[in-house]
Design a protein around this ligand. Structure first.
Ligand code: HGY
Ligand code: MN
Ligand code: MN
Ligand code: MN
Length: 406
């Protein structure tokens, strides 16, 4: 098996899930593009003699266990293949492609592992289809209750169960997987950096310190639909006016707390006619901060503003938590082991959530970041230079070799 470097692997998927309308890629979980990416991954795993299994949560595990050591104490690496709408080709796939290429490097080095290695692919990391980020790893760790997942619907009203079944999965199998996770000795995820840290440091690769807390809330505002021309201003109950106040309040509350981040990236107006006063608005809050309490303070402030604005407008409003991931400080002992394999590598926190953050509850986890010269992510501009991708593969291989042979 010639070394298939990660750049070459990424080129192979460049035409999958291209979103001509938005630009970039749209690869929602269980959609045809994501299933095609799964098939791409499984083909490359099989070519490397990795033993494949897909578990009840739709997580793919590809095992490299040349000495037949079994799963106990195994090291896992990998990332996700699903994307945000109009996202880039690196967020997720870079970690998966780099993991496959790192196996090639380990084999090429003649490494004799003292424990097995699994390359894992997690579904619905973006939460773009069913609203809960890192859904696969949340189900596996028990953070998400399967009973709350079966009926989740996407923008077209398709339920999680219907989508999973349509993709050939049995949704009745979703749920906690404690034995599998307890057997893992460590999980290391390589990810394109989503920010400017490595640009500013002028370095290709960093270790992760931690992940800031992040949560998502669904805001539903109900008013009274009516005619845009025939309805006097005094007679209106317009939910869009309340939504505008919610969005403004999120900005105000977020700016009031240093280093907080608050975003409304998705607003759905019903019925959505230019000459129609809306009957309802759905919008989603994405709030993040290094402190869990600060996130909750922001959301409490926005909720109070929403209730006041709704009252003034004769509307009703509900704010429902969809998912919350507390601040993560990655396992210090694992990070030290990773650092010993990558002397001098800088340590950066991330504002982006990751499966490694969810898994860190039950498995010692760590991350590697690869420089993204655009500094942007969740857009087609997201990028990693071939030389930095190659440096990331070598760094991951060095870390994995250290963990597999210590
Ligand atoms: O939203 C995030 O932080 C991650 O990219 N899913
Ligand atoms: Mn990602
Ligand atoms: Mn992402
Ligand atoms: Mn991630």
């Amino acid at each position: 098996m010639a070394f298939a470097d990660a750049n070459e692997l990424l080129c192979q998927i460049e035409r999958i899930g291209v979103d001509a309308e938005r630009g970039g890629y749209s690869r929602p979980v269980f959609s045809e593009p994501e299933m095609e990416l799964r098939r791409w991954f499984m083909r490359h795993a099989e070519r490397r003699g990795l033993e494949l299994e897909t578990d009840g949560n739709g997580i793919i595990w590809a095992w490299w266990d040349p000495a037949g050591l079994g799963r106990d104490g195994a090291i896992a690496t990998g990332s996700h293949l699903d994307s945000v709408p109009g996202g880039g080709n690196f967020d997720g796939p870079l970690g998966v492609a780099s993991a496959l290429a790192a196996v090639d490097v380990l084999v090429g080095r003649g490494v004799k592992p003292a424990r097995a290695l699994a390359v894992a692919v997690f579904p619905e990391e973006e939460g773009s289809r069913f609203g809960i980020a890192c859904l696969g790893s949340r189900l596996a760790t028990g953070v998400s209750d399967p009973a709350t997942v079966h009926g989740l619907t996407d923008a077209r009203g398709i339920t999680y169960d219907e989508a999973a079944r349509g993709a050939g999965f049995d949704p009745s199998l979703i749920g906690p997987d404690p034995e599998r996770l307890a057997a893992l000795g460590a999980f290391v995820e390589l990810h394109v950096e989503q920010g400017r840290g490595l640009i500013d440091l002028d370095r290709p690769v960093a270790l992760a310190g931690g992940i800031i807390a992040h949560g998502r809330w669904h805001v539903r505002i109900d008013g009274r639909g009516d005619h845009a021309g025939a309805t006097r201003m005094a007679d209106r109950q317009d939910p869009v006016v309340v939504a505008a106040r919610v969005i403004e309040s999120l900005r105000e509350q977020t700016l009031a707390i240093d280093e907080a981040r608050g975003t409304v990236g998705r607003v759905q107006v019903t019925p959505g006619g230019t000459n129609v006063i809306a009957s309802a608005v759905d919008l989603w809050l994405d709030v993040r901060h290094r402190g869990d309490a600060e996130v909750r303070t922001i959301v409490a402030g926005v909720t109070a503003a929403a209730v006041a604005a709704a009252e003034a407008e004769g509307c009703t409003v509900t704010v429902t938590e969809q998912s919350f991931s507390p601040t993560v400080d990655f396992d210090a002992e694992l990070r030290d082991a990773m650092a010993s394999a990558l002397p001098g590598a800088p340590v950066l926190d991330t504002g982006a959530g990751h499966d490694a953050g969810v898994l860190s509850e039950v498995v010692p986890s760590g991350m590697l970041f690869v420089r993204n010269p655009s500094g942007a992510s969740h857009t087609p501009a997201e990028h990693a230079e071939p030389a930095d991708v190659a440096a990331g593969v070598v760094a991951l291989a060095d870390v994995l070799e250290h963990l597999l042979t210590r």
